[in-house]
Write a new protein. Structure first.
Ligand code: G16
Length: 544
């Protein structure tokens, strides 16, 4: 193999966020920018010589070029085998599965998730470790540290690899396999869910379905699983062709960005079930006729009903949620008498608990739900879980959710995002919260008395590591909470996220609009952080 060593300028901004390095495409296209980061990753890893690396992405602009570069740097650095999704495509959960199934050393996933794509959009890269999950914080810190001193990278010289044809070839001693992007993942889903019941429920017309792939990665997966395997009509799928610019969509499955689906689900023509996924296929939005299921409620409902699903028939070991996710799943865990863990935002924090078999299900308010089956959150898995539940319980989504609230009470929940806030203002907000937090306990604001106020610090019970500064929590005597944190996934300025929740045990009050039910807490949140006053914004950019 002919290997070139390229001298390069050092970049100082390659600090991975909540989920990998995400930047504007124009930043990634700077000379050697991607090359440096990939070399920094490989320099921080050990003992991968001769082993396999999985490579794939969500198909956004720059995906194919980036893969060709990574192939050559990986070959030059000594990987013995490269397993690549056909056309360069792999959803994040599928990549996680493939790393595990084929015993790969790790994987590089190219995606900026739900961020818009195209020449002027975002690009991203994340490294997943041998268990199939996102690299833990100690690794991502090491990548950043290495990137700040990196002066050269190594790249093999051979022609570009054809990514379109399935098969194996050996190039300069490196085995390069192009695999079907969907087949392994579909087989895994079939091993968890009752496909014959699903097929029967869909083909008999008992369950009708609308799935919006938002012109991103899940199109081919949804087509194979819902249409080819389960017999749904093709028109059940919307935006099912992955496009390099995601068709101009913002592939973030929520009521704002998936509003076409939301409009359909609240109309007279609504099908039984509606769902959407995001850019790289790890997020999910669940809807029924006339109802949107919040991700926090969805996690709680899946946990409460897990034994109805063949893959979880033996029950759950435990559950976990990220800190800002509502406490709905805690109530289910209490009833099931299983542990419930609270982790910082970021899927990487679930990995140790899953590996140690402490939990079976986990999820986040940010439209992410997952389980033991892979080490990433999984959009289509969540959709299949819900479909299986509806088919098994023979109840509508609305009835399932309302019954759940009757049993456990409702954790009324909302998240307010203020996007593209000037970084200095965002820092000012966080500093002022840090000061206030000490004075808040025992103060009363209207109906709410502060029970505790702190900055969340996570102690990982498995590896003993500590992750500090994970957001501010203000908890009230009646169980309500306000949480403030800065997003780790944005690429423009800072995004302030405010999470607000209140527990409502009275079933006569369950059908309230969250914005009205939470009005007092929303005002209090502004009183604490003064984001509107400081930025001049009159309302949140996104409310979910
Ligand atoms: C990523 C992480 C999630 C996190 C979400 C939001 O999701 O994997 O764990 O909850 O970002 O993070 P933040 O609030 O810091 O923006 P994805 O789907 O973007 O990879």
């Amino acid at each position: 193999m002919h290997i070139k060593t390229i001298l390069t300028q050092t970049y100082h901004d390659q600090n991975p966020g909540t989920s990998g390095l995400r930047k504007k495409v124009s930043v990634f296209k700077q000379v050697n920018y991607l090359e440096n980061f990939v070399q920094a990753i490989f320099d921080s890893l050990e003992n991968y010589q001769g082993k396999a690396l999985v490579i794939g992405g969500d198909g956004r602009h720059f995906n194919r070029e980036a893969i060709q570069i990574i192939i050559k740097i990986a070959a030059a650095n000594g990987f013995g085998e490269l397993i690549i999704g056909q056309n360069g495509l792999l959803s994040t959960p599928a990549a996680s599965h493939i790393i595990r199934k084929y015993g790969a050393f790790g994987g590089l996933i190219l995606s900026a998730s739900h961020n818009p794509a195209g020449e002027h959009g975002d690009f991203g890269i994340k490294y997943n470790v041998t268990n199939g999950g996102p690299a833990p914080e100690k690794d991502t810190l090491a990548f950043f540290e290495r990137s700040k001193t990196l002066e050269h990278y190594q790249i093999a010289e051979f022609p570009d690899i054809n990514l379109d044809t399935i098969g194996t070839q050996t190039v300069d001693g490196v085995k390069i396999t192009i695999i079907d992007s969907v087949a392994d993942y579909a087989e895994l889903m079939q091993s968890i869910f009752d496909f014959s019941l699903l097929k029967q429920s869909i083909q008999s017309g008992y369950m009708t379905l609308a799935f919006d792939a938002m012109s991103a990665i899940t199109g081919p997966y949804a087509k194979y699983i819902f249409v080819d395997m389960l017999g749904a009509p093709l028109n059940a799928l919307q935006n099912a062709q992955p496009l390099e610019d995601f068709g101009g969509h913002h592939p973030d499955p929520n009521l704002i960005y998936a509003h076409e689906l939301a409009d359909l689900m609240f109309s007279d023509d609504a099908p039984t079930f509606g769902a959407a996924s995001d850019g790289d296929g790890d997020r999910n939005m669940i809807m029924g006729k006339g109802i949107f299921v919040t991700p926090s409620d969805s996690l709680a409902i899946l946990a409460a009903n897990a034994t109805l699903i063949p893959g979880y028939a033996n029950g759950l070991k435990g559950v976990a949620r990220s800190m800002p996710t509502s406490q709905a799943v805690d109530r289910v865990a209490k009833k099931l008498n299983i542990p419930c863990y609270e982790t910082p935002t970021g899927w990487k924090f679930f990995g140790n608990l899953l590996d140690a078999d402490k939990i079976t299900l986990c999820g986040e308010e940010s439209f992410g739900t997952g389980s033991q089956h892979v080490r990433e959150k999984d959009g289509l898995w969540a959709v299949l879980f819900w479909l299986n539940l509806v088919a098994r319980r023979r109840q509508s989504v609305l009835d399932i959710v309302e019954e759940h609230w009757q049993t456990y009470g409702r954790d009324i929940y909302s998240r307010h995002d203020y996007e593209a806030v000037e970084s200095s203002i965002a820092q000012e907000i966080m500093s002022s919260l840090r000061e206030q937090i000490q004075t808040l306990p025992h103060q009363t604001f209207g109906d709410y008395t502060v029970k505790y106020a702190d900055e969340f610090c996570y102690h990982d019970s498995i590896d003993g590591s500590t992750s500090a500064n994970q957001g501010f929590r203000v908890g009230f005597e009646n169980g309500s909470r306000i949480v403030f944190r800065l997003s780790g996934t944005g690429t423009v300025g800072a995004t302030l996220r405010i999470y607000i929740e209140r527990f409502e045990p009275d079933s006569n009050k369950h059908n309230q609009d969250p914005q009205i039910a939470l009005a007092q807490l929303i005002e209090l949140a502004e009183q604490f952080c003064r984001v509107k006053e400081r930025t001049g914004l009159t309302e949140p950019t996104v409310i979910t």
